[in-house]
Design a protein around this ligand. Structure first.
Ligand SMILES: [Ca+2]
Length: 99
C-alpha cells in the first residue's frame, strides 16, 4: 500500500470568516484540492472533533455548529486502491450566539 501524496482542504465560510463563527453557523468545507494519483474514492470528515470520521462523506460538506467550542476538524480520504491519508486538523472556533 502506498501513501497518498498529499491531502489538503480549506474552509470556505464567506462573510463568517470576517465576522467570526457563532453557534448555529453553517460552515462549508471543500476537499476538491485533495489529490491521489488514481483518484479519490471516499471522503470522510470528522467535523465535531470526536475522532470519528462520521460527520460527512461529501466532498464539499456543509455542517452546522450548534454549540460554542473549538472543534479540530479533519478529513480522511481513501483512494481507489484503498490507501488512506488524513489531513492536518483545522481548528474551527465557534463563539456563543449573541456574544
Ligand atoms: Ca466526528
Amino acid at each position: 500500500m502506498r501513501a497518498l501524496r498529499f491531502v489538503r482542504y480549506w474552509i470556505a465560510v464567506g462573510w463568517l470568516l470576517v465576522a467570526g463563527l457563532v453557534a448555529g453557523s453553517l460552515v462549508t468545507l471543500d476537499a476538491r484540492p485533495s489529490f491521489a494519483p488514481g483518484g479519490i474514492a471516499r471522503y470522510r470528515w470528522d467535523l465535531d472533533g470526536d475522532g470519528q470520521y462520521d460527520d460527512s462523506s461529501a466532498q464539499n460538506p456543509s455542517y452546522t455548529y450548534s454549540t460554542a467550542g473549538t472543534y479540530p476538524a479533519k478529513l480522511r480520504v481513501t483512494d481507489n486502491q484503498g490507501a488512506q491519508a488524513v489531513s492536518n486538523s483545522v481548528e474551527i472556533v465557534v463563539s456563543p450566539a449573541g456574544a
